[in-house]
Design a protein around this ligand. Structure first.
Ligand SMILES: O=C(O)CCC(=O)C(=O)O
Ligand SMILES: [Mn+2]
Length: 212
């Protein structure tokens, strides 16, 4: 007969090992407020922002030529908050009123100032954003980025660069996810395609861009 005491010990050891593995999972430096806006305020902001923002269909270069990005976008902010990506200089559009209101509310929670916002509009579940980190030099080393979501919930994946661990959030309408500290340096993030999602989502990421 094998000793049941030794079996018990090995189960215990395995149990502790698994617990330790989970305890040691890397976690991103984020603050998560799932119910940041009341449902009515979130629905109103979605309507106002869809209507008041000058949405653009940007394109990206591929080996097969330029193709439309799978989403609409806009950039608003102070006149000196110029943002360069893919070699393109993006002068901000002036703040519109519903966007400015959300900015003030996000500044109050984050206890920091924002001088710009990137707006992304996912027209349905087939719109998306691929893996990236927001690491442009004008954002600084440890940027605070306040991500406000309106409309249907979409999955937001954060993948730890070193371990490959993925932490997923469901960014529902009215939620606020604040990414800070080493989140951009140590993680990438994306909004994957979810073809079964029918509705529209708007996301606003408020940022501080070093003025040029
Ligand atoms: O839509 C989102 O939740 C993410 C948007 C994003 O990563 C970005 O604007 O850089
Ligand atoms: Mn991003």
């Amino acid at each position: 007969m094998h000793s049941s005491a030794s079996d018990a010990r090995s189960y215990q050891a395995t149990g502790n090992l698994i617990t330790d593995l989970f305890d040691n999972l890397p976690t991103p430096d984020v603050d998560w407020y799932p119910d940041w806006l009341a449902p009515k305020a979130a629905a109103q902001a979605l309507q106002l922002i869809s209507d008041e923002v000058a949405w653009r269909q940007d394109t990206m270069g591929t080996p097969a030529g330029r193709v439309p990005l799978p989403r609409l976008a806009a950039w608003q902010g102070e006149p000196d908050a110029v943002y360069i990506y893919s070699g393109i200089r993006n002068d901000p559009q002036p703040w519109t009123s519903a966007v400015a209101e959300l900015k003030a509310a996000a500044e109050a929670v984050c206890k920091t100032r924002f001088n710009s916002v990137l707006l992304n509009r996912y027209r349905s579940g087939t719109d998306s954003m691929g893996w990236h980190a927001d690491r442009e030099p004008e954002l600084g080393k440890q940027p605070v980025i306040a991500s406000v979501s309106l409309g249907v919930a979409r999955t937001f994946d954060l993948r730890h660069n070193r371990s490959g661990v993925i932490q997923s959030y469901s960014l529902k309408g009215g939620s606020l996810l604040v990414m800070k500290d080493d989140t951009q340096a140590e993680w990438r993030h994306r909004v994957p395609k979810e073809p079964r999602v029918a509705g529209e989502r708007i996301n606003l990421t408020f940022r501080w861009v070093t003025p040029r």
